[in-house]
Ligand binder design. Structure first.
Ligand code: UDP
Length: 330
């Protein structure tokens, strides 16, 4: 029986594929390589290059492979881009899910673990955010992921396709040996940008907004190490295999760091000065996003191994230092 990982050449997907292989699972990967990297895929996984929205292609993959569970990462995930180009997000993310579920239904595959996001909650009324809290996204990225959650729910009701939606907060770090890591073009995420400043690839960091209602005026986010996130996917898959019901879990550290605190932690982890200045707010950014991850800990038995921000950043820095040009494939 095979685990099919969609988006397995991306940042989180490639770390999950690596962990699955390490744990002895048989893995197949689909990725269109628009944002992913073929070199990021563990060579023990079988790779099919193609698009989740291409139902003919996907039916061929489902015919060739004996698929037991799908883990679905294949989506666009850049908040500011979604603000300026929302239809790109509804096409790839929302329509991609519809097309996938149709193929899964026809192939009789009944389990899916899927990447959702804290962005589905929008501006929270209270923190830490619980899974039962209202989901009112403030950007099209979050809206597209919320629509994916809703579509899966109805596919469960109608066709019995069981799902776990994993609502990620902020993801950071790299595999500790530095063999795989984060490589986006263009890079928009805070920690990799900070590390580009540390590497001398950028002059300085601009912190988006210094007038938020937080202690130091900068946004607060909740960071999880990518390997801990990978483990959560495997636990979610096992949860479904035991015949449990569809549900959603937050995945965070339950600890918030302000953007200024992240810069300080990066200065310590890298030993570099990392010049930073405050700039205007970025559209669509909630002030504070911190997860309650109690449900994942209790029900999945998830125990994140990384709880120290400096150590999380140090793993990303190790990847950067050993791969100054990332995967260097575009
Ligand atoms: N951020 C920033 N400068 C940058 C990139 C990001 O200040 O060059 C901030 C952003 O406004 C947010 C936090 O860093 O408060 C995390 O943003 P990121 O894009 O990494 O993840 P998101 O929270 O959007 O998923």
């Amino acid at each position: 029986m095979t685990v099919l990982v969609l988006g397995g050449a991306g940042y989180i997907g490639s770390h999950t594929v690596d962990r699955l292989v390490e744990k002895g699972y048989d893995v197949a990967v689909v990725d269109n390589l628009i944002t992913g990297h073929a070199k990021a895929i563990n060579p023990k996984a079988r790779f099919y290059q193609g698009d989740v929205r291409d139902k003919l292609f996907m039916r061929e993959v489902f015919d060739k492979e004996d698929i037991d569970t799908v883990i679905h990462f294949a989506a666009f995930s850049v908040v500011p881009e979604s603000m300026s180009n929302p239809l790109k997000y509804f096409d790839n993310n929302t329509y991609g899910m519809t097309a996938l579920l149709e193929v899964m239904r026809d192939a009789g595959v009944k389990r899916i673990v899927f990447s959702s996001t804290a962005a589905t909650y929008g501006e929270p009324k209270q923190v830490p955010i619980k899974e039962t809290d209202p989901q009112i996204p403030t950007n099209p990225y979050g809206e597209s992921k919320l629509s994916m959650e809703k579509i899966i729910h109805w596919a469960d009701v109608a066709y019995g396709i069981k799902f776990v939606a994993l609502r990620y907060f902020n993801v950071a770090g790299a595999k500790a040996d530095g063999s795989i890591g984060e490589d986006h073009h263009p890079e928009t995420h805070l920690i990799p940008i900070i590390l580009q400043v540390a590497q001398g690839k950028r002059d300085k960091l601009t912190i988006f907004g210094g007038d938020y209602p937080t202690d130091d005026g900068t946004n607060i986010r909740d960071y999880v190490h990518v390997m801990d996130l990978a483990d959560a996917h495997i636990l979610a898959m096992e949860y479904l295999k035991k015949g449990n019901d569809s549900t959603a879990f937050n995945l965070g550290s339950s600890h918030g760091f302000s953007n200024k605190e992240i810069v300080d932690a990066a200065r310590k982890a890298t030993g570099k000065p990392i010049p930073a200045e405050i700039g205007p707010r970025r559209a669509g950014d909630p002030a504070v996003l911190v997860a309650s991850s109690e449900k994942a800990k209790k029900i999945l038995g998830w125990t994140p191994k990384y709880d120290d921000m400096e150590k999380i950043i140090a793993t990303a820095w190790h990847w950067d230092e050993t791969h100054p040009n990332g995967y260097n494939d575009r």
